[in-house]
Design a protein around this ligand. Structure first.
Ligand code: NAP
Length: 267
């Protein structure tokens, strides 16, 4: 079993990483920064976003597991004091009778961003957003190659099901169970009056649909892919659809989505 650890960089996470390596070596796990089987993120959900993008080119052959150092996360279910138990399970030495971990796979959103300066592809774990810098965004939204609406406002968010509990939730979007292969489009402060009109509701698109967002004026934009910001002055369009790839998480014990939602927002 080859593993790698990525931490948040704060004192506690760094210390936990050091002790993780020590315990892992004792259990015969092999540290491998190039081709790990499992990537462990120590910190919070934000740290998992970093881990995902660090290994973006190896997503099909990696499974992720998250340890949280603060509150229970959506991607991080292990507590710091449970690290010895996690390592025992990773090394297959557990006597709990549950040696075979479950792998759960969550949908992602893939993007093709077309600019005058070139075209690039990206994948998001949480969401893509397009936001204006110092002015109203004007964008045409097409669904499956047909005009849907002309958007005016602060921006547009396109999220994955697991990202639906993040920025999407703050925008009034629905929380979607990650077993549903879909993407969700939410508006960021759209202008709605007698002249300008948008749908105003979040839209959930199935796997086989796609949305194209066309920039409809010369405008300075910030495109975000999870925690990554890309300032852009020459956007032509962005195509978003449910990605062909999925992210895998190792589950050594159950971590039900609705329990996480309740813990995060109600408890
Ligand atoms: P950040 O601004 O430092 O943290 C954003 C917060 O979002 C953190 O509390 C983080 O949890 C939480 N989070 C991340 N993924 C989540 C998920 N799937 N479900 C529920 N909560 C989640 O930024 P960051 O750590 O670099 O994370 C980038 C993310 O921030 C973006 O992907 C976006 O979803 C989110 N964001 C939210 C808003 C908003 O709600 N208004 C605005 C901008 C960005 P941890 O503390 O466990 O890391």
């Amino acid at each position: 079993m080859r593993y790698y650890v990525l931490d948040r960089g704060d004192q506690l996470s760094v210390r936990l990483t050091e002790s993780f390596h020590k315990m892992a070596a004792e259990q015969g796990l092999q540290l491998d920064a190039e081709s790990p089987d499992i990537v462990v993120s120590i910190g919070g959900d934000g740290t998992m976003l970093h881990a995902f993008h660090t290994f973006i080119n190896r997503i099909p052959s990696i499974a992720f597991v998250g340890i949280h150092t603060g509150h229970l996360g959506f991607y991080a279910d292990w507590k710091a004091d449970e690290i010895p138990e996690l390592i025992t399970m990773m090394s297959g030495h557990s006597d709990s009778g549950q040696l075979m971990p479950r792998i759960v796979r969550y949908p992602l959103v893939e993007l093709e961003i077309q600019k005058k300066s070139g075209t690039n592809s990206y994948i998001c774990l949480n969401e893509f957003t397009l936001k204006g810098v110092g002015g109203t965004v004007v964008a045409q939204v097409d669904i499956n190659d047909e005009l849907f609406e002309m958007f005016r406002g602060d921006g547009i968010c396109v999220s994955t099901p697991s990202g639906s509990t993040a920025y999407n939730k703050s925008l009034g979007g629905a929380m979607i169970h990650p077993s549903i292969e879909a993407l969700q489009i939410t508006e960021i402060a759209s202008i709605n009056n007698r002249v300008f009109r948008t749908m105003g509701s979040a839209l959930v698109l199935p796997k086989h649909h796609h949305v194209d967002i066309y920039s409809r004026k010369e405008q300075s934009l910030i495109l975000t892919i999870d925690h990554i910001n890309i300032p852009t002055d020459d956007l032509i369009s962005v195509r978003c659809q449910v990605a062909k790839q999925k992210i895998s998480f190792v589950r050594y014990r159950p971590f039900p989505f609705w329990n996480r939602v309740r813990n995060a927002f109600l408890d």
